[in-house]
Write a protein of this length. Structure first.
Length: 202
């Protein structure tokens, strides 16, 4: 009888000392926020949502590849715009009746156009590398990689204004460490990209 009571008491004590995944996540996130905020004393947690994370779509490599593609896309648009403008300038300053000044303008426009075309080639190569990585992650199939946490909080900035903001965290499978962290803006951009990909595939 005593042995049974002792075992029951030990089990009760262990259950009281063991934190749930939610509690572990909240503790990890709080520690990270206190280390990163400008005014940590003003930190007020609002909400912490914990969900299972699976590759490829929650893997840091896949998410970063998508964010890189968004940035590369803007750079490609910029270079295409430069190429268009410089080709227009070249057409204006070309011809047999162009002055020395016009020849110089043509030469500069041509150089800048070629530089933009070279940059565009490099950007296109970088895009392909990200696409290849994403395909590789998809081909690996779904795999449990930990937990995704969406954390909302209030804190003051340098101006003394209290702001409601959010962060995303990827925790390992044991809820023992933070693997990666993103801003809400990054994840919103990521989700928008995935939605556009899905719509194009339909």
């Amino acid at each position: 009888m005593k042995r049974t009571l002792i075992l029951a008491l030990c089990a009760l004590l262990l259950s009281c000392c063991t934190k749930t995944p939610q509690q572990k996540a909240e503790a990890l996130v709080k520690d990270a926020m206190l280390k990163s905020l400008i005014l940590p004393d003003t930190y007020q947690p609002v909400e912490t949502k914990l969900d299972s994370a699976f590759s490829p779509y929650h893997s840091p490599e896949y998410i970063q590849a998508v964010l890189d593609l968004c940035q590369l896309g803007m750079e490609i648009d910029k270079q295409n715009s430069i190429i268009k403008r410089k080709k227009s300038s070249m057409s204006i300053w070309s011809g047999s009746y162009v002055s020395a000044f016009g020849n110089e303008q043509y030469r500069q426009a041509k150089e800048e156009c070629e530089a933009a075309e070279n940059t565009l080639k490099e950007l296109t190569s970088q895009v392909q590398k990200r696409v290849d990585l994403m395909r590789m992650k998809v081909d690996e199939g779904p795999k449990f990689i930990g937990y995704m946490v969406h954390h909302r909080y209030r804190a003051q900035n340098n101006a003394g204004n209290t702001l409601l903001e959010g962060q995303y965290f990827l925790l390992d499978a044991y809820v023992a460490a933070i693997v990666c962290q993103w801003s809400e803006e990054d994840i919103e951009l990521y989700n928008t990209f995935l939605q556009q990909m899905s719509q194009r595939a339909e």
